[in-house]
Design a protein around this ligand. Structure first.
Ligand SMILES: *[C@@H]1O[C@H](CO)[C@@H](O)[C@H](O)[C@H]1NC(C)=O
Ligand SMILES: [Mg+2]
Length: 248
């Protein structure tokens, strides 16, 4: 009885103290949800440009990505995509298009980012290239479902990625094929003519080119704001969650 009372006392008074003394004394402690505020600000693009995940949010972002909330957030977006899709019909002139980004839209880099402390480590271009050359990114299943529905419904799907065509063309093509992304109109990658361009400039340039060719861009799906901003962004844009990195 005495020890129970003691336990209750510790829980009432000491527990909070024990927790707060074991986590970093930055403003990003778990107690007051500042990592959640940080993630919301990142997703709303209020933090642009942000270099890395704050170290104090490593555990938060790791559990967000691995323990179900990321998947639920993707599913929430995908529900909206299907809702919108049910309101549009592709004509038979083959000009109804959708744009999809590749990295962390069609295929996932979570395995790679686990080694990079979920984005707490700075961007490592060489490390990412080595990973991408393996062609081992798994499909994001909900987006694969959307992709297949789009193609079955007669839409032309264009995949636009900032990955370098010369270096990563074969591995990216193979990776997408092996993961079930079969039937898109074109995979458009960064080549020598786009060197030095930001993702927004590069991607909106390609979309503009498609619109000039007569395509009607209905939807545009990406995990980065730079996938969705700029000219010819599409009738609807769909932002997938990504608290691990920012692409300008
Ligand atoms: C680069 O990509 C653009 C758009 O996809 C294409 O029009 C152009 O021909 C390509 N240039 C080279 C050098 O491959
Ligand atoms: Mg991406």
């Amino acid at each position: 009885m005495k020890s129970l009372l003691l336990l209750l006392l510790v829980m009432a008074t000491g527990f909070k103290h024990i927790i707060s003394s074991t986590i970093p004394t930055t403003k990003f402690d778990l107690d007051n949800g500042l990592c959640l505020s940080w993630r919301l600000a990142v997703e709303a693009n209020n933090m642009e440009p942000w270099p890395t995940v704050p170290t104090a949010c490593l555990i938060y972002v790791k559990s967000y990505m691995l323990r179900g909330q990321y998947n639920r957030d993707v599913e929430m977006v995908v529900d909206q995509i299907y809702e919108f899709l049910s309101s549009i019909v592709a004509k038979d002139d083959d000009k109804d298009a959708w744009i999809l980004d590749v990295d962390d839209t069609c295929i996932s880099n979570i395995i790679y980012y686990q080694r990079k402390r979920f984005g707490c480590d700075p961007y490592d271009p060489q490390g990412f290239k080595s990973w991408a050359m393996k062609g081992a990114c798994p499909a994001i299943p909900q987006i694969l479902g959307v992709y297949k529905t789009l193609i079955e419904s007669g839409f032309k799907v264009f995949l636009i990625t900032g990955r370098d065509e010369l270096l990563l063309g074969p591995s990216t093509t193979m990776n997408l094929f092996m993961q079930g992304f079969v039937g898109h109109e074109q995979l458009m990658m960064r080549n020598s003519t786009h060197k030095g361009q930001s993702a927004t400039i590069f991607k909106s340039g390609i979309r503009k080119q498609l619109v000039e060719e007569g395509y009607r861009i209905h939807g545009n799906i990406g995990d980065q704001w730079s996938d969705l901003r700029g000219e010819c962004s599409g009738t609807r844009t769909f932002k997938l969650p990504n608290p691990m990195y920012f692409v300008p």
